[in-house]
Design a protein around this ligand. Structure first.
Ligand code: ADP
Length: 298
């Protein structure tokens, strides 16, 4: 199974170029699409989901079902797609089980017995079975997102798109949601769009970093880490030192720790005695790409 995105470009009416010659290849399993707000992730997700058109480029979805040219055959793609949009609206005064049953009818599961079994299996899978009679309005953010996955799975899709699913979830809910995504199996492509580095680090064997509509990296998270191996240095500094470093070094990130800034700097050799080499994290790679740092001499 493969999703191939080739030279996709999209400029909105207001002149914003949301996708700039985007090419990506995704195979079965979880694919992490990582980028800051405004990077173009939702534009890409909506284009793959056939909810909006691109100006140029193509998308092909290939599998046991043949090759689907997504722009020429949007219905064929939709039949194999489960989509959890960023803003997933639910009807607050209806019980989860009832809504899932309605949605199953809309998806064409008209046989009553089959539908009951499907709905029940999905409620179990998403760990909502015990709260199936509760109105959706009373669900927590995490429960709503898991319900979103249940509805996305209704037609047993080969392609699942989840757009920023963990934003706004508390750590426990986020873990439950990520575990659920991890269990969805290897026989489909799952695209997880997120601005949260840990989401990708924990789950994905393939990933891309995007910013300003452009793909900056695609590959295994380990390959991303290898791009900065041995070049990330850490130091606890004073505020004055920080200002100086910002002028004279390549600062990847700074955060406060016990009242003082801790900086990560990109450099080929130890900047000064106070710096310690560290094992880079995906967050280092992410910031480095987003800030365009690798293009500067270090
Ligand atoms: P992300 O999902 O990574 O936050 P988006 O795809 O939502 O990024 O947005 C990419 C860029 O396109 C942003 O600058 C955003 O303001 C702009 N944009 C998104 N949707 C529209 C739209 N319908 N009309 C005009 N500009 C848009």
């Amino acid at each position: 199974m493969q999703l191939t995105i080739t030279n996709l470009t999209k400029t909105y009416g207001n002149g914003v170029r949301a996708l700039n010659d985007v090419s990506l290849t995704m195979n079965a399993g979880l694919f992490g699409l990582l980028g800051p707000n405004g990077a173009g992730k939702s534009s890409l997700m909506r284009t793959i989901a056939t909810l909006q058109e691109a100006d140029a480029g193509s998308i092909t979805f290939s599998g046991p079902f043949g090759d689907i040219d997504v722009f020429a055959q949007p219905d064929a793609l939709r039949q194999r797609l489960g989509y959890l949009p960023q803003e997933f609206g639910v009807y607050p005064r209806i019980a989860a089980e009832t809504l899932l049953d309605h949605l199953a009818v809309l998806k064409g599961i008209t046989n009553g017995k089959e539908r009951k079994e499907t709905v029940s299996a999905l409620l179990h899978k998403t760990n909502l079975y015990n709260v199936r009679s509760k109105n959706l309005g009373g669900y927590s953010g995490g429960m709503k997102q898991r319900f979103g996955i249940a509805q996305a799975l209704l037609a047993n899709p080969s392609l699942i798109i989840v757009d920023e699913p963990t934003a706004g979830l508390d750590p426990g809910e986020r873990n439950r949601f990520l575990n659920l995504l991890g269990e969805l199996g290897e026989d489909r492509i799952i695209i997880l769009s997120t601005h949260i580095v840990e989401d990708v680090q924990e789950l994905c064997r393939d990933m891309a970093i995007v910013n300003k509509g452009t793909v900056l990296f695609q590959g295994h998270p380990d390959a991303a880490l290898a791009t900065v191996a041995g070049r990330v240095w850490r130091k606890r500094v004073t505020k004055a030192e920080l200002a100086d470093l910002k002028q004279n070094a390549t600062v990847i990130s700074e955060r406060m720790s016990a009242g003082d800034p801790v900086v990560h700097v990109l450099a080929d050799s130890q900047p000064d005695d106070g710096f310690r080499a560290i094992e880079p994290t995906l967050e280092d790679v992410y910031f480095m790409n987003i800030l365009g740092l690798q293009k500067q001499p270090s």
